[in-house]
Design a binder for this molecule. Structure first.
Ligand code: CUA
Length: 184
């Protein structure tokens, strides 16, 4: 009897050790091989929150083509607005949202999409998304950030490739474009 208890104890100890090693392996594998880290660490970057407004790319936020063939959409989330509050991006292209805060923690959520970031002062948040439908998408701060938190929102206008190109070159937008998607 005593030896059976001993055997069971030994088995549980071995099982516990194996699980521990497996979890440690998974942790190191995710961190080192897959590059999964906490936001703001390693290549994502941390900047001094007080220098956000004067540090590239946050000194000139907005939409611009990136090296991956898509577009970067750079934003500052600050008390109590998004800068810029309104952007225009083309449908079907990969948009990399890059944002941070110079003051307090803000949220960056785009309604009807999976874009949902926390803007921690000085930590650069990044997320990519490809819009499949043209239209207007609300950008919402969903972290309480002070008395005017509820006024902190913006808009993303997703337009066709043709309309986007026309805007870039300053050409008048095609009159046949569906109503409600033209610039005010
Ligand atoms: Cu910014 Cu709530």
């Amino acid at each position: 009897m005593a030896s059976r208890v001993h055997q069971a104890e030994k088995a549980f100890l071995i099982l516990g050790a194996v699980i521990l090693v497996a979890f440690l392996f998974a942790l190191f594998f995710a961190s080192l091989a897959m590059g999964i880290n906490l936001p703001g660490k390693v290549e994502r970057g941390i900047i001094d929150p007080s220098a956000v407004r004067t540090t590239a790319p946050f000194d000139e936020p907005g939409v611009r083509p990136n090296d991956e063939g898509g577009y970067d959409a750079v934003h500052r989330g600050e008390m109590w607005r998004f800068v810029p509050a309104e952007i225009v991006v083309p449908v079907g292209e990969e948009i990399t949202f890059i944002a941070t805060s110079p003051d307090v923690i803000h949220g960056f959520h785009v309604a009807d999409t999976r874009i949902n970031m926390m803007l921690i002062p000085g930590q650069i948040a990044r997320n990519t998304y490809t819009f499949r439908e043209p239209g207007r998408y609300q950008m919402i701060c969903h972290e309480y950030c002070g008395p005017a938190h509820h006024t902190m929102f913006g808009e993303i206008m997703v337009v066709t490739a043709d309309e986007f190109a026309a805007r870039e070159t300053g050409e008048p937008v095609d009159a046949a474009a569906p109503a409600g998607e033209e610039a005010p």
